[in-house]
Design a protein around this ligand. Structure first.
Ligand SMILES: [Zn+2]
Length: 196
């Protein structure tokens, strides 16, 4: 924005400088016409007129130098504004691309969450009410994980290995009994890899 402002400021400055040149040029042209018309005959007046034409020519030259200087500044301001404009566009394109990818990822996550929720509902419907209640209670207390796999004598919930007493109790427990970790109290899920 600053670069664009500088560009339009220098454009205005250039217009003003060109108008100054025009004014001087017109006045010099009028003087020259008067001189050429032969209407001025008094030597003193003629001298004054010629002197004014000369000083107007000098003034016009100076003003034209100013126009050139302003034009140069305007060109570099325009180039800078164009370069920054391109960079803004490039960044905007990147933002748009990232937004698109984020939206797509969010869509996928939503779909994934939906299907996980449905899957959970199906499974939860098959779990006895009191067991589900216990599971939900532990889950709430233990940061979202209410049941853990027992893997090679280790509770995958708290990562602690069961001691020999605990292992013996588990070995003696019937397959359909709900067993829990002595340490974190999560429900332990026994599998062939439990190391029992
Ligand atoms: Zn545990």
């Amino acid at each position: 924005m600053a670069a664009q402002t500088e560009e339009s400021d220098t454009a205005r400055e250039q217009t003003k400088a060109e108008q100054d040149v025009d004014q001087v040029r017109q006045r010099a042209a009028r003087d020259q016409q008067r001189l050429d018309s032969g209407a001025v005959t008094n030597p003193k007046d003629l001298e004054n007129l010629q002197s004014e034409i000369a000083s107007l020519a000098k003034r016009q030259g100076d003003l034209e130098d100013i126009v050139l200087e302003v034009m140069e500044r305007r060109e570099s301001a325009a180039a800078r504004a164009a370069e920054l404009g391109e960079r803004v566009e490039a960044v905007a394109a990147k933002v748009q691309d990232a937004t698109g990818r984020r939206d797509a990822a969010l869509g996928e996550l939503d779909a994934e969450a939906d299907s996980a929720r449905k899957e959970r509902e199906t499974i939860a419907a098959a779990v006895p009410a009191d067991l589900l209640k216990l599971y939900d209670k532990i889950r709430e207390r233990e940061g979202g994980v209410g049941a853990a796999k027992l893997f090679q004598r280790r509770c995958e919930g708290c990562r602690l290995e069961l001691d020999i007493t605990g292992l013996n109790e588990l070995r003696a427990a019937p397959a359909d009994e709900v067993v829990r970790c002595d340490n974190c109290r999560r429900i332990l899920v026994r599998t062939p890899e439990s190391g029992l």
